[in-house]
Design a binder for this molecule. Structure first.
Ligand code: DX5
Ligand code: ZN
Length: 218
């Protein structure tokens, strides 16, 4: 695919000023806003839930891309949809009935996505590709920002690009995306890039603009 999307992860922003931090990356050139939801069970960290998403929804009109690192996800899908998420991505590893969960997300009027951890093979999601608008390849083990990109995921991205074929699915990567890694990830076939620390470093809107532009250069 031609057009790439940059989705800053607010995990690396200043949570005491979350609304302003979202508005700042919006003005600085973000395509989507990536929301990392962690439950302290599926991943070893806790972030925020639907009330916080609803509270910051007014800060930007851009696509709210929710990445649910929670198990189970099904009981909370409706709350995330009502909070204003545009896309809801669930982990294959956290879903017993993944096909049903993806149908439920679409039924709520959101775009369904499926994520896989670094150790999960691409074949785990082969039979749900007709149910999703997005596939998320985790390029770090989820739970924290600022970790190093795992190179073995490049081969998985290439294989997924082939498996996806001509379906209208975005191929997203998340973890360790930075100016020095994005070129190889893009060459492997990804088109949608989550970046937390690489966007929010500097702490000002001017630096966010420069950081996003640097990601697009490669
Ligand atoms: C990891 C999260 C990521 C994270 C990425 O569990 O899903 O979205 O914030 O952070 P960076 O870009 O710093 O690796
Ligand atoms: Zn994420």
């Amino acid at each position: 695919g031609g057009d790439i999307l940059i989705a800053p992860s607010i995990l690396s922003s200043d949570f005491s000023r979350l609304g302003e931090e979202i508005a700042a990356v919006d003005r600085a050139g973000a395509d989507w806003i990536h929301l990392d939801v962690m439950d302290g069970h599926f991943v070893p960290n806790i972030t925020f839930g639907p009330p916080v998403v609803a509270a910051v929804r007014g800060a930007s009109r851009k696509f709210f891309d929710a990445h649910l690192m929670i198990e189970p996800a099904d009981p909370y899908l409706e709350a995330f949809a009502k909070a204003g998420c545009d896309g809801i991505t669930v982990h294959a590893e956290a879903s017993t009935h993944l096909d049903r969960t993806l149908q439920a997300i679409r039924g709520l009027g959101c775009k369904p996505g499926v994520a896989i951890n670094p150790a999960t093979p691409e074949t785990a999601i082969e039979y749900v590709l007709d149910r999703v608008d997005l596939v998320l390849v985790m390029t770090v083990n989820p739970g924290f920002g600022g970790q190093s990109f795992i190179p073995a995921t490049l081969e998985k991205i290439r294989r997924l690009r082939t498996l996806i074929g001509d379906r209208p699915i975005r191929l997203q990567v998340d973890g360790g995306v930075a100016p020095d890694t994005i070129g190889a990830i893009r060459a492997a076939g990804a088109d949608t890039f989550v970046a937390g620390s690489a966007v929010y470093r500097g702490g000002t809107e001017v630096s966010y603009r420069d950081n996003i532009a640097k990601l697009r250069e490669h």
